[in-house]
Unconditional design. Structure first.
Length: 307
């Protein structure tokens, strides 16, 4: 008996010869198109803490080369993008505040673009703004302090005290910035100013990461023998910033210092295999840095933090 080898072509040809209705059976009423969607929160346990990332917003932005890789050619930008299988005409931006429940305090890191967005994301995660005990501001860009105050000057988190870097606060207090003046300055009396190495709460330590802004801070979380870095905006994109730490980013105020900070933190994360949350990393914003020759790559978390 002659055997005919099965190939992808022969299987597709055979399938095409069978009427679709015969393979599917009767067709019923079609389901409505629902549109793209995603979750609004992602929670995992770190030692004795619960860590919840919140998708406060996500949106496309055109012409990413006008934001990332300002010091490289269009050809180099296109080549790196093609290798990562991402387009060059648009980028998807993510804005990811984080909540840490230590068991004795509910701590929110950054507040997104506006109060409605952060409140909706908190509610989706099972929290309410009045439950927040501490709000930590990593830096004063509008997408981090935008959710602090409602119209009319009402604080979004009525029972919270606030923590931020003293160098960061001092810079923006002298800068004449409208968003800072309306959202952060009114909270000055409730705000604790800290420096590198200061403790926000047990197991939560500030780490200076200057460059993106003059006083930009990251925070190391340690609990039950496990560690996690809340990395904020030290890298603003997983390919065009993290994987290319020397590429200049429009939003970095001191581009040379920002590049040095990226390399320092990425080296630490890769060497010590510490997971991190990046405010603008692809949702749910949790991953690892892996050293590759003279650069790095972003490795999204899979199930490591579920174990």
């Amino acid at each position: 008996m002659t055997r005919t080898p099965l190939t992808r072509r022969s299987l597709l040809t055979a399938a095409a010869a069978v009427p679709l209705a015969a393979t599917l059976g009767p067709v019923h009423a079609s389901a409505p198109m629902m549109g793209a969607s995603t979750t609004r929160h992602n929670r995992f346990v770190l030692g004795d803490c619960e860590v919840t990332t919140l998708l406060a917003a996500t949106m496309p932005r055109p012409d990413p080369h006008s934001i990332f890789g300002l010091n490289v050619s269009a050809e180099d930008f296109a080549a790196v993008s093609a290798k990562a299988n991402i387009p060059t005409d648009a980028a998807q931006f993510f804005f990811t505040p984080t909540v840490i429940n230590t068991g004795s305090a509910l701590i929110l890191f950054d507040t997104g673009l506006n109060p409605d967005a952060i409140t909706t994301a908190l509610n989706d995660a099972g929290y309410t703004p009045d439950q927040v005990d501490i709000v930590v501001i990593t830096h004063m860009h509008g997408d981090h302090i935008g959710g602090l105050m409602r119209e009319g000057g009402e604080a979004t988190f009525p029972n919270a005290r606030y923590v931020t870097g003293s160098a960061e606060y001092d810079h923006w207090a002298a800068a004449g910035n409208d968003r800072f003046d309306s959202n952060m300055r009114p909270l000055a009396e409730k705000t604790t100013m800290i420096g590198d190495g200061a403790s926000v709460a047990s197991g939560i330590t500030a780490m200076a990461a200057f460059g993106h802004t003059p006083g930009h801070m990251t925070y190391m979380i340690e609990s039950g023998g496990k560690s996690l870095l809340l990395a904020a905006d030290f890298a603003n994109h997983y390919v065009w910033s993290l994987a290319q730490p020397d590429w200049e980013v429009k939003f970095d105020m001191d581009k040379s210092a920002a590049a040095k900070t990226r390399r320092r933190l990425l080296g630490m994360l890769a060497t010590d295999k510490i997971p991190f949350i990046g405010y603008h990393m692809p949702w749910p914003a949790v991953g690892y840095a892996e050293a590759r020759n003279s650069s790095f790559s972003y490795v999204p978390s899979s199930y490591q933090l579920m174990l």
